[in-house]
Design a protein around this ligand. Sequence first.
Ligand code: ADP
Ligand code: MG
Length: 400
Amino acid sequence: MPKKTIHQLDVDGRRVFIRVDFNVPIRDGIIADDTRIRAALPTLTYALEHGATVVLGSHLGRPKGTVNQAFTLRPVATRLAELLGRGVVLATDAVGDAVAAAVSAAGPGGVVLLENLRFHPGEEANDPAFAEALAAPADCYVNDAFGSAHRAHASTTGIVHHLPDAAAGLLMAAELRHLGALLESPPRPFVAILGGAKVSGKLEVIDNLLGQVDTLLVGGAMAYTFFKARGLPVGRSLVEAALVDATRTIERDAGGRGVRLELPSDHVVTDRLEVGAAHETLAVEDPSIGDRLGVDIGPATIARYAAVIADARTIVWNGPMGVFEIDAFAPGTVAIAKAVAASAAISIVGGGDSVAAIGRAGVGDRITHISTGGGASLEFLGGRRLPGVEALPDVVEGRC
Ligand code: ADP
Ligand code: MG
């Protein structure tokens, strides 16, 4: 059932709480990539042009429920003001009197950005009292944070109980349209490429994906938890010890469902995660890895994966194949990006770092859909319902 969108919400003269995903990479106070801020602009501009007072809520990083200025949204407020061409007030907190005062002072056409939602433990705990406090300064609610929709947090689900006049933002709606169409009947072969560092989060979604895809190509740090389970030498590579058993279950399930699960056969190993560090390519069985760590897929793996990608008709990619931030360890990720771009398949790439890798390979315009969600897009494509989407009202027949 399609969800109501902001186009079907009366925002004129009202205070609209918009949950956005401004979880951007920040290094030394500088925003390294503002894609996620830009992606929210259509919704923000729509609300402002239709006379709303806009109250924005987002998390940034993982401050784990305490105030930590390393995770302030101040750099985001500055960048957003530049992009919108109008003032943005950064509230000193996400809830309370300071917010209420800032919102009344802002008035129609004004923008108030709340301070990091995750400074409060109630956000991730989906605490009803925190959700109520978040809702207090607003009249209606819009969720445009597709990248956070797989989490049932106060700002993505709890708040809707207090602001039932709610809708999806334009970015959220576009993501659901693109991914929903694909989920219905993906052209086959359907190939998923998974890598990156957030092993724990992704191993959980693999199970869902196994029900949808024909082939799963695994790279990046994730591969080492599988290698560990297979008794291969992993040195100091990133292994999630608690999930070694889970990879055995995944391999068994893949076999049972007739899904091809491919792991790297060769890799690049180094002794240091640094520019200029010595490195060499080894077969994954080679014990001479010693106490070094694996940082990229090797040329034999690239060739094998590229052949699978060339034959695919649907491709979903999340997670770089190596530590692509360092040039010497980027070739695997760049080669896979180029293979995906060259393939005739419908391609969907999601995840902050994966999208950055696509940009780095210069192939962004040859990807069918670049998703702002990493985990969210994987869970959605695995057939799971996203709590942040489920919480929104369905579209009302005859109103658009
Ligand atoms: P995304 O943001 O696309 O969802 P992740 O955040 O899960 O992806 O993973 C990206 C990170 O994974 C990158 O910073 C990259 O350096 C890291 N990474 C990839 N392969 C390895 C590896 N073999 N060892 C350590 N880190 C890796
Ligand atoms: Mg990332």
